[in-house]
Design a protein around this ligand. Structure first.
Ligand code: IDP
Ligand code: MG
Length: 139
């Protein structure tokens, strides 16, 4: 499945603002198929684990607090060139720098509360997808 799937989360700010439906519509319109989806909540331990790669960055503590502050939607998405195309669809990390029409430009509140996550490589898409979903081979 390398190259064909990516992993996303709709983050607490976007869930709180009732933007799950609008964001999923954007994702579908861009040609992504939802292979698995879960509405759930991270506690601080699991958010810390998910973002462990950012442990040394100054915003890590705040990020863990934010990502465990409310429910999220986790999903595995399928499309050719999924990782790169999804990063294009969501836009830059900082919504002030995200291209017009991207999900972060439309829905993000701040560089931290930036509406959605998108994997940055095929390898991380598998690691992150496995964090929330078992039996990935079925996809
Ligand atoms: P990405 O989500 O665009 O891949 P990363 O650099 O991987 O961005 O950072 C992970 C998450 O950490 C971001 O989506 C955002 O929520 C948060 N973050 C990144 N940079 C900052 C920052 O400078 N201040 C506060 N939060 C940040
Ligand atoms: Mg990242």
């Amino acid at each position: 499945m390398a190259g064909k799937v990516t992993f996303t989360m709709i983050k607490p700010d976007a869930v709180e603002s009732n933007n799950i439906g609008a964001i999923l519509q954007k994702i579908n319109e861009a040609g992504f198929r939802i292979l698995a989806m879960k509405y759930t909540k991270l506690n601080s331990e699991s958010a810390g684990q998910f973002y462990a790669v950012h442990k040394e960055r100054p915003f890590y503590g705040d990020l863990v607090k934010y990502m465990s502050s409310g429910p999220i939607v986790a999903a595995i998405l399928e499309k050719d060139n999924a990782v790169a195309d999804f990063r294009d669809l969501i836009g830059a990390t900082d919504p002030a720098k995200a291209a017009p029409g991207t999900i972060r430009a439309l829905f993000a509140k701040s560089i931290e509360a930036n509406a959605v996550h998108g994997s940055d490589s095929d390898e991380n898409a598998l690691i992150e997808g496995s964090f929330f979903f078992s039996q990935l081979e079925r996809f």
